[in-house]
Design a binder for this molecule. Structure first.
Ligand code: NDP
Length: 252
C-alpha cells in the first residue's frame, strides 16, 4: 500500500507532536518540523518509528518566509529519499507561539512576530508547498477558541488566528478543484508548553477554565492530536472550509 504522509509544522512538542503520534497509530507517516528543539524532535521521530510508522524531522522557522524555498527543496529531497515519492498528502499548519499582552500594551515587535508566524508563515508556506500536496489531499490549519470568545490579553494573537480562519475558506475555494479539502481546527485551552505552560502550571487559571468548560476540565494534548488524526485520516473528505472547535465546550 502506498504510504500516506503528513507534514506537521511544530511537531517537536505539544499538539503537533501529539498529532504525529496519533497519525502514526493510524499508519500515517510524518515529516515533523521543529524551530529550535532538535533533540525533542528526534525523540518524536523515534517514538513514531516505535509505533511502526516512518518519520523525519526538519528544521523550519515559520517566521522567516525567505527560508521557505530551502525548506521546499529539503522536503522534495526527503520525500524522494525516504519515501520514493514526489508528493505528500496532509499539511498541518500548527507551529505557533502564545504571546499575551493587553491591546493597550501590545508592541509593534510583538505584533510583527505573531503576524509572521501565524499569518504570513501559514500563507506563504502553504503556497510554497502547494505543488507537493497530492490531489485529494487535506490541509488543516490550527486556530484557537479565542476567535469565538474573548479573553483579555489576546487581541493580536486572536486577530492573527482569525485571519487564518478566513484564509482557510479561500484555500478551500481555490484548491477544491484539485480535490483538496481545507479546514481549520480551533482548540480550547490545552495543557502544553504554550505560553510557558501557563495553563498547565497555573492552578487558579486551570480551575477557572475548567469551571467554564462543559466537559468540566481543560484539554490535554490527546484531546487535540486525536481530532487532528481523525480529520485527516477518516472519511471526512467532504468536510471543507469548516471551523471545527475542539474545546470541550468552553464559554458556552
Ligand atoms: P507548544 O509551545 O507546546 O509547541 C509549539 C511548537 O511550535 C513547537 O514544536 C515549536 O518548535 C514550534 N514553533 C514555535 N515557534 C516556531 C517558529 N518560529 N517556526 C517554526 N516552529 C515554531 O505549543 P502548542 O502545541 O500548544 O501549540 C500548537 C498550536 O496550537 C499553535 O498554533 C497554538 O497557537 C495553537 N493553540 C494552542 C492552544 C493551547 O492551549 N495550547 C490553544 C489553541 C491553539 P520548537 O520545539 O523547536 O520550539
Amino acid at each position: 500500500m502506498t504510504a500516506q504522509i503528513a507534514i506537521i509544522t511544530g511537531g517537536s512538542r505539544g499538539l503537533g507532536k501529539n498529532a504525529a503520534l496519533h497519525l502514526a497509530r493510524k499508519g500515517i507517516d510524518s515529516i515533523i518540523t521543529y524551530h529550535s528543539h532538535q533533540s525533542e524532535a528526534e525523540k518524536v521521530v523515534q517514538e513514531i518509528k516505535q509505533l511502526g510508522a516512518n518519520a523525519v524531522a526538519l528544521q523550519l522557522d515559520t517566521a522567516n518566509s525567505k527560508s521557505f524555498e530551502h525548506f521546499y527543496l529539503q522536503v522534495k529531497q526527503t520525500l524522494s529519499e525516504g519515501w520514493q515519492t514526489e508528493q505528500f498528502n496532509f499539511l498541518v499548519n500548527n507551529a505557533g507561539i502564545g504571546l499575551g499582552a493587553s491591546f493597550a500594551e501590545t508592541t509593534e515587535e510583538q505584533f510583527d512576530q505573531l503576524m509572521n508566524i501565524h499569518v504570513k508563515g501559514v500563507f506563504f508556506l502553504t503556497q510554497k508547498l502547494l505543488s507537493l500536496i497530492a490531489d485529494g489531499g487535506r490541509i488543516l490549519n490550527i486556530s484557537t477558541g479565542l476567535t469565538r470568545f474573548c479573553s483579555p490579553g489576546y487581541a493580536a494573537y486572536a486577530s492573527m488566528k482569525g485571519a487564518v480562519e478566513v484564509l482557510t475558506q479561500y484555500l478551500a475555494k481555490e484548491l477544491g478543484e484539485r480535490g483538496i479539502s481545507v479546514n481549520v481546527l480551533a482548540p480550547g485551552a490545552i495543557e502544553t508548553d504554550f505560553r510557558g505552560g501557563a495553563i498547565r502550571n497555573n492552578k487558579e487559571l486551570k480551575d477557572f477554565l475548567a469551571s467554564q468548560t462543559a466537559l468540566g476540565r481543560v484539554g490535554l494534548p490527546d484531546d487535540i492530536g486525536g481530532v487532528i488524526a481523525s480529520l485527516l485520516s477518516g472519511d471526512n473528505q467532504w468536510i471543507t472550509a469548516q471551523r471545527i472547535e475542539a474545546s470541550g465546550g468552553m464559554f458556552l
